[in-house]
Ligand binder design. Structure first.
Ligand code: DHK
Length: 147
């Protein structure tokens, strides 16, 4: 079974203490546990980096061997054309995810480049958005397989 890639961008390794009024107090390790529980027996790669090139490398890895991508590119969502270009190479479903509702925040956070390649977008559900995205991804790849 091809894995689902869950990719996390800059500063998300600080979840738990980072601006809890916006991002809550759930840590990234706890989010990983929630994702693995939601994935059940389906293989899952759960990764975080503060470095754009590393995230691009993982998208390329998913292009070669992944079933689906769930991506919270954090601030790179609004700035990174290289990440958008990499996502455009991915043949499977892509779910863009944000813990906060970016559309209700400062205009800085309104124009997502990732959305231009995403199949679907989840925002504002807090850490719970992650296991929900995994459940949705299992359906999307199941549907894709069943086609
Ligand atoms: C996380 C970040 O780090 C911000 O730069 C985003 C996103 C929002 C989130 O809500 O998960 O814009």
């Amino acid at each position: 079974m091809k894995p689902i890639h869950v990719l996390n961008g800059p500063n998300l390794n600080r979840l738990g203490t980072r601006e809890p009024e916006i991002y809550g107090t759930t840590t990234l390790a706890e989010i990983e546990t929630m994702c693995r529980r939601a994935a059940g027996r389906h293989p899952l790669r759960f990764l975080q980096s503060n470095a754009e090139p590393e995230i691009i490398g993982w998208i390329h890895e998913a292009v070669d061997e992944g079933a689906g991508i769930i991506i919270n590119a954090a601030a790179l969502t609004f700035t990174s054309l290289p990440i958008l270009d990499a996502l455009k190479m991915f043949p499977g479903p892509i779910i863009e995810l944000h813990i906060s509702n970016i559309h209700r925040r400062e205009p800085l956070y309104h124009n997502s480049l990732v959305s231009k390649a995403a199949t679907a977008v989840i925002v504002g559900l807090g850490a719970k958005g992650y296991p929900l995205a995994v459940g949705a991804m299992l359906e999307l790849i199941g549907r894709q397989k069943g086609r």
